[in-house]
Ligand binder design. Structure first.
Ligand code: ATP
Length: 356
């Protein structure tokens, strides 16, 4: 049997189709031992034959692959966004990928809009709960279209769901190091328990219980509004942040602004021991799709994150080092101040990765 890791590649829609080919070429240039299978799931396929996910698609992914590299889903030709929901939320929910891990690492001071902030000052991670909250689409609308219309959106928080994501954050803190090699040491739980008392109360209780099992790790709590302010005033103290699905979605866009914008942000959707899925934080960005201007570095760093997860640390480090060099030398797309196109930036990083 081949020792190569089997990767399902799903570029999806919009700029997903621009950036994922660059992530693939960089992985190959870095010599990663991967066996890639391309899937056409996305808006084009849906519009052609109404398939979002083929029958048993998620079972097949979990059975036949070590990991999934996905691009982005969303297309103006499918206003209901049904295919995106079924593919992306389907993978997260049906494959139970409960931990969305989003590293926030500043590669170069020039990428941060804050004054006097050095790369070592922004090196934290957001661990976002990925299977519950408001994303289950529970609720309904009553008396629609009348002046008495009522819309209810439920926020689901289960004991099991909260406990496993909080525990994941403590384990991450105990086992992962910062970029400079220093240990991590603090987990911050972010909620809105002053307003959302029932859900917040559960998070608060579980956080305290799990924290007691990790006496060496410092703990902290912040309301999400205060955290947003703190993130742009003084990001240095942040280390590991754990939060629910929606707050995680929002604060990671804010955090992306600290390290170069959405085009730089990587993420993994994980369930320890199961086939996990890796995707850049950005969406399909229809206005810039197909124009060779999207920044491929978020997707490339996502591929590096996937390789590290699969035990290919050397290839991952080669890729991260090459992206760092590209950023420092301004071999980037215009969003980072460079003049290269998506393909040219990918080619530059691929070439550097192959030489490291
Ligand atoms: P979502 O799927 O989250 O609803 P979206 O497709 O509407 O998102 P995003 O992809 O999140 O939008 O991006 C919003 C904007 O950020 C884009 O229109 C674009 O200007 C910018 N952006 C996002 N990703 C990139 C990228 N890789 N390179 C350059 N700009 C980007």
């Amino acid at each position: 049997m081949s020792s190569k890791k089997r990767i399902a590649v799903i570029p999806g829609d919009g700029i997903g189709k621009d950036v994922i080919p660059q992530a693939v070429r960089v992985m190959q240039a870095a010599g990663a031992a991967v066996d890639l299978t391309l899937f056409d799931w996305g808006a084009d396929r849906y519009l052609a034959d109404k398939t979002t996910v083929p029958p048993d698609g998620f079972t097949m992914l979990a059975r036949d692959f070590d990991a999934i590299l996905a691009g982005a889903f969303g297309d103006p030709r499918v206003p209901s966004n049904i295919h995106a929901k079924e593919i992306l939320l389907g993978m997260r929910f049906k494959m139970d990928l409960y931990a969305n891990v989003r590293p926030v690492r500043l590669m170069d001071a020039s990428l941060c809009p804050l004054k006097g902030v050095e790369p070592k000052d922004v090196d934290f991670v957001v661990i976002r709960e990925n299977t519950e909250g408001v994303y289950g689409d529970l609720g309904g609308v009553f008396k629609q279209g009348t002046l008495d219309e009522i819309a209810i959106q439920e926020d689901v928080n289960t004991r099991k769901g909260v406990e496993r994501i909080v525990r994941y954050a403590f384990e991450y803190c105990a086992n992962q190091r910062k970029l400079d090699g220093s240990p991590r040491g603090r987990v911050l739980m972010c909620d809105k328990s002053n307003a959302m008392t029932h859900a917040g109360g559960l998070w608060q209780r579980v956080f305290k219980e799990v924290a007691a099992e990790y006496p060496k790790i410092e703990t902290e709590h912040m309301y999400v509004d205060a955290l947003c302010m703190q993130m742009v005033r003084e990001p240095r103290p942040f280390d590991v942040i754990v939060t629910n699905n929606m707050f995680g979605d929002i604060i990671t866009d804010l955090a992306a602004g600290l390290h170069g914008g959405l085009g730089m942000a990587a993420s993994g959707n994980l369930h320890p021991g199961k086939t996990s899925m890796f995707e850049p934080v950005h969406g399909s960005a229809p206005p810039i799709a197909g124009k060779n201007i999207a920044n491929p570095f978020g997707a490339i760093l996502t591929a590096a994150m996937m390789l590290a997860h699969l035990g290919m640390k050397t290839a991952a480090e080669k890729i991260e080092g090459a992206v760092l060099e590209a950023v420092r030398q301004k071999k980037t797309t215009p969003d980072l101040g460079g003049t290269l196109g998506t393909r040219e930036a990918g080619e530059w990083v691929a070439e550097k990765s192959s030489r490291r």
